[in-house]
Design a protein around this ligand. Structure first.
Ligand SMILES: [Zn+2]
Length: 415
């Protein structure tokens, strides 16, 4: 007998969620990289079902793990390993310093500051700053590098505490955090509390429009709670008294938006970029439920194409390895039912993932150098958003006739 799912409410506006974007089956936590001992244990699997709110258009997945289960101290993500992302962070800091005229009397706070990869650019310019990050192991790297960091989740309670301690912020930076917190309303309420009267918040998040246009269903995983359009983000911020006054399109993470936000009462005048992106979303159908309902078919078509490619390679006796061990790679592999029989191993630049196995697929993770020993015929790039960087860094693969292939938006051999 089918068990009815409990009634789910939108975490943006409390309306009942009745529309599905994509139901991807059951998955392990995408960041639960396994040790050898854990390989023998049965993995815990939970539903991965993205829904869209017909009232406020927030795309979201239900909370299926507790925060303690997802963000333990073993959390394997360190930002510092992508060169293009480091450049991106440095340029953002330069822009904000110039734009806001920041100096030694200013205060900059970054939410989800990770190992301090961004704030080290602020410290270097002599501007007081503070990072907030719940992951102790990455925060300790930042603290050791001289970047003051609060090891805790950010929300209204943390914001009030920081204000009491004199940290009302002229600039708040929160990149790729809005999508990653279960209680998104508590987070944006916290931003409002922490922000100085004339302060500015810079938020970045992957743009839902790009995800939908390009079939990026693999960016759906349990740690990624919300999938944001400007339409939904603007409504969410307005509910707590904040206002979006500028937006910029970025190439990062497969296509992101960077929005500038101020207090609704004191915000600078709204720039034309905001109505341009809102109009683009409307034209693309993001205000109509039938647009969302076609997305599941994109995921199924990627699965068919990728499986056919891998099975054909296997039939020809060709070896396939993967490059990278990002969370989205785990959604892709597990949704497509790909294991070691089709992809024998993956490599990653992060030493913390070496000697581990990918959750679900149980594909082992080795250092990048291992490609030179194994000499696979094909290298499947899992972080497809970094394809150019990876092809350049791992160019040696071509010396034995190896070739690169990307899975999204459809299977494509890189010439
Ligand atoms: Zn809603």
């Amino acid at each position: 007998m089918l068990r009815a799912e409990p009634r789910v409410l939108c975490r943006g506006c409390d309306a009942p969620l009745t529309n599905t974007l994509a139901d991807l089956g059951v998955h392990p936590s995408a960041n639960a990289y396994l040790t050898e001992d854990q390989l023998a244990e049965e993995e815990r699997l939970r539903p991965l079902h993205a829904r869209v709110c017909g009232n406020c258009y927030l795309v979201q997945i239900a909370t299926v793990w507790s925060q303690d289960e997802l963000f333990d101290d073993d959390y394997a993500y360190f930002s510092s390993f992508s060169d293009s992302w480091l450049d991106h962070a440095a340029r953002l800091v330069d822009d904000l310093i110039a734009e806001r005229g920041l100096g030694p009397d200013s205060k900059v706070v970054e939410i989800a500051s990770n190992d301090g990869y961004l704030l080290r650019n602020v410290i270097a310019r002599g501007i007081p700053c503070l990072g907030v990050d719940p992951c102790r192991n990455v925060a300790e790297v930042a603290i050791a590098a001289g970047i003051p960091t609060e090891v805790r989740f950010f929300g209204q309670e943390t914001a009030r505490d920081l204000v009491e301690r004199g940290w009302r912020a002229d600039v708040i930076i929160a990149n790729n955090v809005l999508a990653h917190v279960p209680d998104i309303r508590d987070l944006v309420s916290g931003l409002r509390i922490l922000l100085a009267r004339d302060g500015v918040i810079s938020l970045e998040f992957p743009h839902l429009l790009r995800m939908m246009d390009e079939g990026q269903f693999d960016t759906i995983y349990h740690e990624h709670f919300s999938y944001l359009s400007l339409t939904a983000t603007k409504r969410l911020l307005e509910r707590v008294g904040l206002s979006v006054f500028d937006v910029e399109r970025l190439k990062t993470h497969g296509g992101s938006l960077r929005v500038r936000v101020g207090h609704a009462a004191t915000s600078p005048s709204v720039r034309p970029s905001v109505s341009e992106v809102l109009a683009e979303e409307r034209r693309a159908g993001l205000l109509r439920m039938d647009t969302y309902e076609t997305f599941g078919a994109r995921a199924r078509s990627v699965r068919t194409g990728l499986r056919k490619f891998l099975e054909d390679a296997k039939a020809r006796g060709q070896a396939v390895a993967a490059y990278g061990a990002p969370a989205k790679g785990n959604t892709l592999l597990n949704y497509c039912g790909i294991g070691r029989d089709l992809v024998s191993f993956t490599v990653d630049r992060s030493p913390r993932k070496h000697g581990r196995w990918l959750p679900g697929s149980h594909i082992p993770v080795y250092p990048v150098e291992y490609l030179k020993t194994a000499r696979p015929d094909w290298v499947l790039i899992l972080p497809w958003n970094l394809r150019d960087e990876i092809v350049e860094c791992a160019d040696f693969v071509r010396s034995w006739g190896g070739r690169f292939v990307v899975p999204i938006p459809r299977i494509e051999v890189i010439p």
